[in-house]
Structure formats: C-alpha cells, structure tokens
Design a protein around this ligand. Sequence first.
Ligand SMILES: C[S@@+](CC[C@H](N)C(=O)[O-])C[C@H]1O[C@@H](n2cnc3c(N)ncnc32)[C@H](O)[C@@H]1O
Length: 418
Amino acid sequence: MAALIHAGPAARPGPLSGLRSLLASASRDSRVFSALRGRATASTPRSGPDPYDGRCGDAPEATRRHRAAAAATGPSHPSRSSGGSAPGAPRSTTAPPSRGPATAVSARTGGPTGTRTRRRRRQGPPLPGPQAGYRPRHLMEERFPPDIDMETPSIARMYDYLLGGKDNFEADRKACEVLASGIPELVSFANDNRAYLSRAVEYVASQGVEQFLDLGAGLPTANNTHHVAQRANPHARVVYVDHDPIVLAHGRALINDSAETAFLLSDIRDTDRILGAPETQRLIDTDLPVCVMLVSLLHCLPDHDDPFGMVRRLLDRLAPGSCVIFSHIVSDDPASGVWLTDQILSFGTPWGRVRSPEEASVVFEGLELASPWGDGRDEDGPRAVDCASWRHPDVDPRFRPDDPGVKLWELAGVAFKR
Ligand SMILES: C[S@@+](CC[C@H](N)C(=O)[O-])C[C@H]1O[C@@H](n2cnc3c(N)ncnc32)[C@H](O)[C@@H]1O
C-alpha cells in the first residue's frame, strides 16, 4: 500500500526524503498544534465543565448593523412576507462489490493489494499526493492535546485529505486508501460535493437568504460558506457547527476573521444547544429565513438517531422562506452501500450508513425543491440530482452518474419551506 500512497517522484526514497518528509510534517502539525493551543487557552478549556462550550470574538456592531438593516429594509427573501489493528486499518476484509477490485483490501496491511488495484486507480482521479511524513508516535503525543484522537480516522480529516488539505493524520490517509480501493472515484466525490456546496450557497444567497447554519461544516478549505455567501450578499452571516475539535481549532484560527461568522463545537443532534448558543443568538434571527446546510452530513448519523426527524424538528422552528442545502451519499446497489458503510465502521469511526436515493429524499418532504437547472429551465420539474450536476454550467442535471459502473454518488438538492 505504501507504494500506492506515495506513488510519485517526490516520494521516491532518496537521501533527504525522510528528512524532508519529517520537516513538512512538523511544519503542518505545528500549525495544527498552534491552532489547538489557541483554542485551549483562548476559547474552549479542555478541562472545563462543558467541552462544547464554544466562544468566539464578539461583534455587537455587526449584530446591530444587520438587525437595523433588516428592520429598515424589511424582508429581502421573496417569501419572507408570508411569514486492535494498525491505525486506520480496517477490521473488515470484505471485498468491495461490483466495480471494486477482486482482492482490494489486504487483511495484513489494511490497504489495497495487487496490480489489479493499481490499474483501477488510474480510472479515477488520484488521491492527493504524499503529504504525511512519518512522525514517531512519542513526538505526536507530545505535540497534541489528548482529546485529539489521532489513531481513529475522522470524517472531517479524511474529507480534508481527499480535498488535498494537510490537516489529517496517517490513520485518515490510510482509511482513504482503503476506501479508494473500492471506490476509485472517491476524490471526485469529495470535490464534486464541495463544488456543489459553493453553487448551492451562491444560489440561496442570491434568493435573498442571508443567514446560514452550516451543520457538519468540515475543515476550512477554499470557498468556505461565508466567502461564497458574502460575495453574493455582503450581509450574509454564517454559524459553522461541527463536533470535530480540529475543525473548531482551524475554523477559529483561519476563518473567524469576520464579524459575521462564528464557529460552534457541537453535535448536530443537539438542536437546542445550537439554536440557544450565544453565537447563534447573535448572528441568526429565527424569525427570518435561515439556510440549514446538511451537505454530505446525514449519512454520518445512524437511523436510530432519526436524522431526518431531527431536520424536520429544526425546520419547524425556523421561519417560512428557510431552506435546506442537502447532499447525502446514496447507492442504487445495496451491496456497494453496505461495503462502504462496513468499511467506515470497521475503522472505529462514528458513522451512519449509505442510504438509497428514496430514503435520502425523505428530507425534501413538505418542502419545495428548487430547480436543479442553472439556466432557468425546469425540464422534468424540480428534483434531487447527482450533486455534480446540480446547477452546473456545463452538465445537465442527472439523477445519477452517467457511468452505470459508478454505484455510489451524492444525491443533492435545495428545498424551501413555504
Ligand atoms: C464529509 S464532511 C462534510 C463537510 C462539509 N459539509 C462539506 O460538505 O464540505 C462531514 C462533516 O460532518 C461532521 N459531523 C459528522 N457527524 C457530526 C455530528 N454528529 N455533529 C457535528 N458534526 C458532525 C464531521 O466532523 C465532518 O466535518
């Protein structure tokens, strides 16, 4: 597997490669560490009574400004007026179904095996290049606070790795390798989903919605929600919510540079806590439309958490004109869905499951779906589509990827509460 992870000239072993890798890793990890240290001292005390007690800089002026503007101009949204093994190695050795390589997962290394895997990898975009660098365990333990679990892959850090980010650990990268052995399109999935998020936020902001609750926000990357929303509407305000402490640390260090944004460390299932948090109270007025972002999120929750009921109850508390931006990993091939779900759970990573398109579409019940066409057309009516095709300038909306061999995709749609 190492050969696959580090396939590239830069990774070829040479006299300096170990040192270079260590330095690169040290620089990256120290950046993470500084952010975490900032969090520990300035914001969320690890030993405090409430580990989710997120705080950020105050912005009373902004609050006054946007409330005054809202009062002066009235509603801007059209509908407002209406009211045990190696880290990251899987315990499961199930081979991926359908397009997956015949012997894709090695029980010994937890990674893909054989030339067949190597041939398949070329079919999809490659995983991000070598970034990891080996760090002796004792050094890592010294550098990171104990509440960061570096051994268990985290969804936020895996996603960061797939997007080409650097805020991930070896366990996250190994886990992505395992998943990519069965899903060569994995990197495209992540990038298509992220691009969908941008298009959807831009669309919603252009419809006059200026409050965004970005649930399961993920690590900051290019075109974060408040960047996109504020380009369309400078008054847009965003509360980012995630339960991953590294997301919080980086969010505050890198994004919280705007009076109109805040970061909350919270489980999304704790709706009361999210709506009642001082940051939310400061930036979000639930009497005005709110965009609830559920982008690549609800598959992280198992059925017994009732993720769709949770969304319904949240929307019940929001004003008409509120909306959801939604995407969810789905499959029309149960075996493929079960394979991905089993793999992620085998890492020890908290997760839900891949659902069928019909199961995921429950989120839109009682809401009004927006057209997935970007040019005003509405052929076939509003519907949920493959996220890569939602209001894409060059791709017609399609329910699923054109390639029948692709069994998993992110079903996406934007829908309004009327
Ligand atoms: C695949 S990432 C998606 C990130 C971002 N929404 C996007 O689409 O670019 C899923 C995110 O949801 C977060 N997450 C998963 N379960 C969560 C929970 N129960 N509470 C809060 N955040 C959660 C993860 O930490 C991760 O950052």
